[in-house]
Design a protein around this ligand. Structure first.
Ligand SMILES: Nc1ncnc2c1ncn2[C@@H]1O[C@H](COP(=O)(O)OP(=O)(O)OP(=O)(O)O)[C@@H](O)[C@H]1O
Length: 581
């Protein structure tokens, strides 16, 4: 079908603007700096978590089980000592000694980089950074937590560091489990599983050796293992898994599936991009993907601070766009989706923002060029949108999640420069400072049911359920089920938080059922002490006792006392990767 859009419509620019990308002077390139900043931010959270656990162990939880029986474990090891076991424990302990770990890490990195058939720079950097980061966290812990060594005869000289955590075990976990990760992910032969398992056993043996030698309590060893594992997870995700944080691919390396050019696309493709999060290199790579897929003359349009997407989209629809591509974060996707709602014009989502929740939930690749390639080679699907309004909040749509309380306060407090520098961990850092957001009282009315009362630290109305790190907050949320979901989070005290985290970590398969209209009445007894509740509905009215921070798809919208959300089934047509690919 010939295009109805003029060659160069008013307000639409064909060439990327000179100012594009300069919206935020502080934005770092999506390369090494951003990856390093992300690792640093998550490592700071790791240190905070482990110090918190240490303070808990040496403070309020000191007289609680299982800490009260820890000494028995050390005493049992002391009673069971023999000459041979002592020699073996010495070898085990030496495997996690600082000098051994430094020497072996250097050797492993040299092997990975120098062996002619191997060169694996990424893996070498992964290993070196993981081992260093766990050492750094260990240092922070030992400076912040003061725990005495076990009261048994100790077989090694006691270093001046705190008993919590076991440095030997942490270092051994980062090194040997790190090498196991490399072997299991990159090794080829039948030996790789056996070698991987043997390597994974070493940190456990180091931990047991430290217990045997009377140097640590069991929780110190567990802390060491957790420290090493978290370093591997953070550094591994940033360097080995999450390719979205690396620099844009060089020309010629774009993911054009079979190298052949697709048939020309008939119609007009409008690319609406947020210049503060979509840099020039990304736009060039997107242009190339579009060209390869037959979209010969895409029109690139910038969002602005005053019009972050809906005006440009409305104009594109009026001008006869046959495909809208949105490049930005959830905020930009939301404003574009709001204008597209009910139009039937298909949307390709290109994640260029910080959270990119919708893209993550739709299973799109997180690299912009790969996401566009997958969408263009995929098929269109009708997805639901949430229509939402409130006091001082005119009716609009959201595509992923909206809410009030803790999560909205976190978004309000997230520093824009931190978002540019470290990506989504910036939300985590802000989240720590908002954990003490006061509990709210609210009235919830779902569909036609009678209103129910709740207290909560946070309420989330969601079209999709998964957030960063693969954590599923709303297990029954589906973007195409014609319903929305509600999460009410109300943990009380450390125990309540632990239960809440436990419930949320259970994931989709073992999560409690969401309350529906039918079960609402039977469940509405005294809900005090229930840390997490799930509801599913078509229309919800939430009225807060006092004004609450509110957010729509990750953008703060100012405090208010009311939110009314309604599902609009199938209102947005989205190009999604084909299943078989
Ligand atoms: N040209 C522009 N100049 C300044 N700000 C802009 C411009 N265009 C859009 N914005 C603003 O940028 C903000 C963030 O946009 P976006 O949602 O695309 O990225 P993000 O916040 O990093 O992503 P996410 O929501 O996924 O974390 C929005 O508040 C929007 O109003």
């Amino acid at each position: 079908m010939p295009t109805a859009v003029p060659e160069r419509p008013a307000g639409l620019s064909r060439a990327p603007s000179a100012g594009a990308g300069s919206g935020k002077g502080v934005a770092l390139p999506r390369g090494v700096g951003r990856t390093a900043a992300r690792i640093a931010a998550l490592t700071a959270c790791q240190a905070g978590l482990l110090v918190g656990l240490g303070l808990l162990i040496t403070g309020p939880a000191r007289d609680r089980w299982p800490l009260t029986v820890e000494d028995h474990v050390d005493e049992a090891f002391e009673r069971g000592r023999t000459g041979t076991l002592t020699t073996l424990s010495f070898i085990g302990s030496e495997a996690g000694n600082t000098l051994t770990v430094i020497t072996l890490t250097l050797a492993a990195c040299l092997v990975l980089v120098l062996l002619p058939r191997l060169p694996m720079w990424r893996q070498a950097v992964f290993l070196a950074v993981a081992v260093s980061s766990q050492a750094l966290v260990f240092l922070v812990i030992t400076l912040s937590v003061d725990r005495d060594r076990p009261d048994v005869d100790r077989l090694d000289a006691s270093p001046p560091t705190s008993s919590y955590t076991s440095g030997h075990t942490g270092a051994a976990t980062a090194l040997y489990a790190g090498v196991a990760v490399v072997v299991l992910s990159r090794g080829r032969g039948p030996w790789r599983r056996a070698v991987g398992v043997l390597l994974l056993l070493i940190p456990l043996l180091v931990g047991v050796a430290r217990l045997y030698r009377g140097m640590h309590h069991p929780t110190d060893v567990v802390g060491g293992i957790v420290n090493g594992c978290l370093s591997l997870l953070i550094v591994g995700r940033a360097l080995l898994v999450d390719k979205s944080v690396t620099a844009p691919p060089p020309a010629g390396s774009l993911p054009v599936a079979d190298g052949t050019r697709a048939e020309p696309h008939h119609g007009t493709t409008i690319v609406i991009f947020n210049p503060t999060v979509t840099d020039e290199a990304t736009r060039v790579s997107l242009r190339r993907v579009l060209d390869h897929n037959g979209h010969r003359a895409p029109v690139f349009v910038e969002t602005t601070r005053d019009d972050p997407g809906s005006g440009q989209t409305a104009r594109a629809i009026r001008d006869g766009a046959t495909l809208v591509v949105v490049c930005g974060g959830d905020g930009t996707v939301r404003t574009v989706a709001d204008a597209l709602a009910g139009s039937g014009v298909p949307l390709a989502v290109v994640p260029c923002g910080t959270g990119n929740l919708l893209a993550r939930n739709l299973g799109l690749p997180l690299s912009p060029a790969e996401a566009l390639e997958a969408a263009l080679r995929g098929t269109s699907h009708p997805l639901d949108l949430g229509r939402i309004e409130g006091d001082d909040l005119p009716a609009t749509h959201f595509a992923a999640m909206s809410g009030a309380g803790l999560d909205a306060a976190m978004i309000e407090h997230t520093d824009e420069r931190a978002k540019s520098a470290v990506g989504w961990p910036a939300y985590l850092l802000a989240g720590i400072s908002t954990l003490r957001t006061p509990r709210m009282g609210l009235t919830i009315r779902l569909d036609g049911a009678p209103a129910v009362r709740r207290t909560a630290r946070m309420v989330l109305v969601a079209n999709v359920g998964t957030v960063q790190g693969g954590l599923t907050l709303l297990p029954s949320a589906r973007p195409d089920d014609g319903r929305l979901d509600l999460l009410v989070l109300d943990p009380r005290g450390p125990g309540g938080w632990l239960r809440a985290v436990g419930t949320l970590l259970r994931g989709r398969s073992r999560a409690p059922r969401a309350t529906t209209l039918d079960t609402l009445a039977t469940r509405d007894g005294d809900r005090t002490g229930v840390p997490v509740e799930f509801f599913t509905f078509r229309r919800a009215e939430l009225v807060f006792d006092s004004p609450q921070s509110r957010e729509l798809d990750g953008d703060p919208v100012g405090p208010g006392r009311r939110l009314t959300a309604e599902v609009r089934p199938g209102a947005l047509t989205v190009l999604l990767p084909s299943r078989e690919k």
